[in-house]
Write a protein that binds this ligand. Sequence first.
Ligand code: ADP
Ligand code: MG
Length: 290
Amino acid sequence: STPAAIAAGLSAGARRGLLMKGGVVLETLGKVTAIAFDKTGTLTVGKPVVTDVVAVGRPARDVLSLASALEKGSSHPLALAILDRAKADKAPVPPAFDANAVLGEGVEGKVGGEAVFLGSPQAAGRLAPLGEEHLAAIATLNASGKTVSVVLARDAVAGYIAMRDEARPDARGALASMKAAGIRTVMLTGDNRTTAEAVTGGLGIEARAELLPQDKQRIVRELQAEGLVVAKVGDGINDAPALAAADIGIAMGGGADVALETADAAVLHGRVRDVPDMIALSRATMGNIR
Ligand code: ADP
Ligand code: MG
């Protein structure tokens, strides 16, 4: 019967790490015509590594100290990269006061009596002029696919930190198979446009960059207004509005820490191809019922 076929589809998915919250989710997945992907941790491995530390008027270690002080309480992938590098370079991590995440932009707080901001060049540039020379250096780092976060201390550039994250090895093939299945794909990211294009250049997916969480939600709604059934795939951490707006929210992660509460479905093994596989499973299950 129909419920039996759906139950079989759900349990076949679960055995492969493709979790769907019930029959309605399974049915909707089969109708998806557009998929919006996050970049960090979704199309990329999500384990960025610091490649460059540029200091302005103070030692590079001090730039790492200011940055890591702010990042100590943060779970952002870039925070982990900065804390790792501070440890490797034996940069002391002083206490930070009133540290706050600024969603999609960075972190701010007080370190050693200085007001410090760490975040995207766009956000930093709204707080202080970055200067031609630094902007050019940041653009060069972005062009090689690196994400740059700028450290401001007392509203002046103290330095910047470049990080590199690799595309997931199966992303290219998985995106090609979605295209072949007639599904439109787009990557949504808060990261810089040049960096985003350096990542997607090798992947064959449209890139929308420099987005705040509410921009990601707006783009999901625009796709729906075109008549598309939209799935949003991401870690869900700073993308709750877009996940909520999507017809289906899919959490992607490696293991038990997946943000399953806010999502309709989850792929547990951190493979991009699990997304088209889950859609294919849904289409096959619904096909069997009709
Ligand atoms: P994504 O869309 O890849 O998840 P986010 O929206 O989290 O990116 O962040 C966008 C940009 O803001 C990052 O590329 C980075 O420059 C900056 N940023 C955000 N959070 C942090 C943080 N905790 N530390 C450093 N930079 C940050
Ligand atoms: Mg994110």
